[in-house]
Write a protein that binds this ligand. Structure first.
Ligand code: NAD
Length: 389
């Protein structure tokens, strides 16, 4: 069949197997060309392994440091005439290439919040890796069912405390407008912490520890976004920021139980992913950031960020901020970049968007998440949606 993008709101409901495989290959190439990354952590578990920062982490540890991996993600399988989710194609493309390179790669597709998937993952670790030295927690989900009581929580991406009025962008039409977002109720804020906070991270570490599959000197990483003052009202000071603040609490609890080096929250830069495109205000900030980064020669997508994390930031003595976080958002939050972003944000409107920001590149990055708009792929070619190279 010929597969074309079908965009609904901020998601694309189709994905292209060849485009996704090409994306995976290009990310691998980025790491391989830069050369090996020394690391003793050769047995890695990646939670949220199929797209964005999780996929980049699996690629960097496998192709940079020669690690074997178990990955967990939530995917839609293909049908005879129905494309799979992009993550399903990415997982298959990754496994094919990892195994061809001599690395073990086992992927579990299911709900990482459930006890059943935790148990299945532990069995996979026992049979393929024995134990794990590194656990990367990179789940991004709008919903979580608590395995203890079966209650389902939905995150609400809203301000906390008071309403926020901000510029925002309709990425479909290119229109810049003002939105007012009402603050979350206390119940919505708590639900967001339940979904995106540290509780499930701690449950994973507890389950892995009790099953005896954690190496003595294991480390676990969890990714956060602090971001620019421009997005603070909706993000850092909103419900998501509250949930992310709970990661710092969880990291401290894991360190108290397992030692100083056992858990780090890592602050990463804003990139275009399925998760970030759903957050109000963030896509407008993203279109500005893409342009300013390009002009400053500091462009980074997920693979460049995660490569820099493992190649530079996690080598030798790890430098932590005053909240014990590893910072890879240093370029984005540099004074020079923020000053330029703030200057443009103040005057940004629909008419000058094309000069000050880069919506075409944002749209291209968004389509690439689903394997579309990838250079070198012949989209007029008939493909079997069940087959990935
Ligand atoms: P993403 O949407 O690209 O990836 C999310 C991953 O989680 C996918 O592999 C998906 O399959 C998996 N997942 C979702 N629900 C699941 C479930 N119930 N069970 C199993 N797997 C599930 O997201 P991303 O942007 O790469 O975000 C990953 C982490 O990085 C998040 O913690 C996010 O807050 C953080 N982060 C993102 C940005 C950004 O700009 N995108 C910036 C800094 C930090």
């Amino acid at each position: 069949m010929i597969i074309e993008p079908k965009i609904r709101g901020f998601i694309c409901t189709t994905a292209h197997p060849t485009g996704c495989a090409t994306n995976v290959q290009r990310q691998i190439d980025h790491v391989v060309i830069k050369g090996p990354i020394p690391s003793d952590r050769k047995r890695v578990l990646v939670l949220g392994c199929s797209t964005g920062y999780g996929l980049a982490s699996r690629i960097v540890t496998t192709f940079g440091s020669g690690a074997d991996t178990v990955g967990v993600s939530f995917e839609r399988e293909p049908g005879e005439a129905k494309p799979a989710s992009a993550g399903w194609y990415n997982n298959r493309a990754f496994e094919n290439r990892a195994r061809a390179a001599g690395a073990k790669a086992v992927t579990i597709e299911g709900d990482a919040f459930s006890d059943a998937v935790k148990a299945e993952t532990i069995e996979a670790i026992k049979s393929t890796l024995g134990q794990v030295d590194l656990i990367v927690y990179s789940l991004a989900s709008p919903v979580r069912t608590d395995p203890k009581d079966g209650v389902t929580y939905r995150s609400a991406i809203k301000p906390y405390g008071s309403a926020v009025t901000s510029k925002t962008l309709n990425t479909g039409t290119g229109e810049v407008s003002e939105i007012s977002v009402e603050p979350a109720s206390e119940e919505e804020a708590q639900a967001t912490v339940k979904v995106m906070g540290g509780e499930d991270w701690e449950l994973w570490i507890k389950a892995l520890s009790e099953a005896g599959v954690l190496a003595d000197d294991f480390t676990t990483l969890n990714y956060t976004y602090l971001g620019s003052e421009l997005t603070w009202p909706i993000y850092h000071k909103g419900t998501l920021g509250k949930a992310k603040g709970d990661l710092d609490r969880a990291a401290a609890a894991i360190r108290a139980a397992h030692g100083d080096n056992s858990a780090h929250v890592v602050a990463l830069k804003a990139v275009v992913t399925q998760a970030s495109s759903a957050i109000p205000v963030v896509p407008l900030y993203g279109t500005l950031l893409i342009k300013v980064e390009d002009e400053m020669g500091l462009s980074e997508g997920p693979i460049q960020q995660i490569d820099r994390l493992f190649r530079d930031k996690l080598q030798g003595v790890i430098v932590l901020d005053d909240a014990s976080r590893v910072r890879v958002d240093d370029w984005e939050l540099s004074n020079a970049m923020q000053a330029e972003l703030k200057k443009r944000w103040a005057v940004l409107n629909t008419e000058n968007l094309a000069d000050l920001a880069d919506l075409p590149k944002y749209r291209e990055e968004f389509l690439k998440l689903f394997g579309f708009s990838v250079g070198g792929v012949d989209y007029s070619k008939d493909v079997d949606p069940r087959v990935v190279e």
